[in-house]
Design a protein around this ligand. Sequence first.
Ligand code: SAM
Length: 378
Amino acid sequence: MAKDEATFPAGGEKPVPAYREPDRQAIPGLLAELHQEIVHSSGISFARFMEAALYHPEGGYYARPGRQVGRLGDFFTSVSVGPLFGQLLAQHLASFFSHQPGPVRILELGAHDGQLARDILEALTQEHPDLLPRLEYAIIEPLPSLAARQRELLAPFSAHLRIVETPHALDPRPGILVANELIDALTCHRIESTGDGWDELGVGLDPEGSFIWKSLGPAAPPLIFGLPSRPAGYRTEVRPQLAAFLAPLAPCISPGKMLFIDYGFEREDYFDPARTDGTLETFQAHRRGGHPLQDPGSRDLTAHVDFSALREALEALGGQVEHFTNQARFLTEIARPWLLKLEGRTDRETAKLLRNFQTLTHPAQLGSRFHIMEASFR
Ligand SMILES: C[S@@+](CC[C@H](N)C(=O)[O-])C[C@H]1O[C@@H](n2cnc3c(N)ncnc32)[C@H](O)[C@@H]1O
């Protein structure tokens, strides 16, 4: 997420509103489930805790009503800067589709309320109307509450829209998968070095019933495969499920591409010896730093993306990583013709668009924090 409170709103967003108390109404069911699971198994993995905290059908952070993304929510993303992000992505997608005759698909994951889809579809309608009749915009959305929000926001494009719960509902079709800030929201396991190995760090309960970190013993081999050794006490996060998660998606964009935009590092940086406590973060009302185990369901949980692991998962599925670069370089390349057209214009609308572009690309804002990884599948 564009969760840099200090710098982000410069692109035209108004100042962040005052802290608001979260709505805790739906949480008791989620708490009872987690307590019960922990008591029965004497500890659960952090991945299971995160799954419930974010995606429990009633109490999960993303399943609950209210805004999570944007000025009135808990964090910003590039989508909240304004429609420019979607407009630039639309140019990129259209240039790929110009070489693909016949029916094509944009497949979005992590579409949230549908705002990016709307920005992309509006831009395509304006700039590439010939593409629309052969385009399906598919969204894979497991949460019914978000699917309903997407249907509402995308009602003007219902003729092109398909929202499904799983990739298995989609036939093969040439296309591009787009996912902005999806991987950082996928569940992760926490592990802790013992000096000569790794333990899994799970979640238990203290005598008062509060959630606490609890060692679950030696980590299973898939969690620590290929990891460098680190001194005792070093903690980090891993997502061993990436290849299994991506596998059913590849046939839905065949032939095609997968485009991931997110924050994170390559392996060397991700497991830097100085990064002794990983990258797990919480966000609530634009503030970071709350305890990850406190009030599950009331705050966002996220961990950076290990782009080396993502690359390996894509390659294991037969994908070829064609681009890995930062958001500044990626968007500036796409925007070149657009920027040339704006040269010499001094009106307010142009000034606003250029401010938005700067927010998306300036290294001190979103330009170097976010990276894109694009892989092709034949
Ligand atoms: C940080 S938000 C990003 C929202 C949006 N893409 C944006 O950039 O504003 C992460 C989103 O990923 C969704 N998500 C997480 N796991 C998912 C999965 N397995 N399939 C589809 N969406 C998922 C969450 O529900 C949430 O809406």
